[in-house]
Design a protein around this ligand. Structure first.
Ligand SMILES: O=CN(O)C[C@@H](CC1CCCC1)C(=O)N1NCCC[C@H]1C(=O)Nc1ccccn1
Ligand code: NI
Length: 184
């Protein structure tokens, strides 16, 4: 089971590397990788279990965060009544289209691999068309918007060695650019 000690932090070069695509059919290792990343998210979102295993709750986890430089990310996005908005393990995810409209989370972003608060608006695309392959090698092409789209962009950034604060305007971190909405 993945624990916080398995999550690498800023300074580890893997976080700044470009991760490699996986090939299909997936090896058992790559299947297991996706499974254990999703398990982390499930356990971390269960208050009792998160406390028991000292996990920071997460809605996404990318393979580079556990020092595996492969293009694999798990996403588990709940909505505030606890139902699931989007849940899947993304293999070779790719953004096909981006809206002109931009979006940023009201309270900024954090990262399980960044042990400090970095304040500021993380400007992202509001709506994306996402292509990815699932554990069975099935191709998916889906549209996401607002919070789920933000989460997926945060994870795909990890596959490209980008961290959330790379998107924060150093001069004026809270400036809201044109055609950018705030997501509560
Ligand atoms: O790359 C992946 N990561 O670094 C885990 C991040 C991914 C999200 C950050 C912003 C968009 C994606 C993550 O999930 N967090 N960031 C650090 C601490 C909080 C935590 C979080 O937002 N938790 C949460 C939110 C709602 C419901 C339940 N839990
Ligand atoms: Ni992160």
């Amino acid at each position: 089971m993945i624990l916080m000690k398995d999550i690498i932090r800023e300074g580890n070069p893997t976080l700044r590397a470009t991760a490699k695509k996986v090939s299909f059919p997936l090896s058992q290792e790559d299947r297991d990788l996706g499974k254990k990343m999703m398990k982390y998210l499930e356990v971390s979102q269960d208050e009792k279990l998160a406390e028991k295993y000292h996990l920071r709750a997460g809605v996404g986890l990318a393979a580079p965060q556990i020092d595996v430089s492969k293009r694999v990310a798990a996403v588990l996005v709940p909505d505030n009544d606890g139902s699931i908005v989007f849940k899947d393990v993304l293999y070779n995810p790719r953004i096909l289209r981006e809206s002109v409209k931009r979006a940023a989370l009201n309270e900024g972003e954090g990262c399980l691999s960044v042990d400090r608060n970095v304040a500021g608006l993380v400007i992202r695309t509001d709506r994306i068309t996402l292509e990815y392959y699932d554990v069975n090698g099935e191709r998916h092409e889906i549209k996401l918007e607002n919070y789920p789209a933000i989460v997926v962009q945060h994870e795909i950034d990890h596959l490209n060695g980008t961290l959330f604060y790379d998107h924060i305007d150093k001069e004026s971190p809270f400036k809201l650019p044109e055609n950018t909405i705030i997501i509560e």
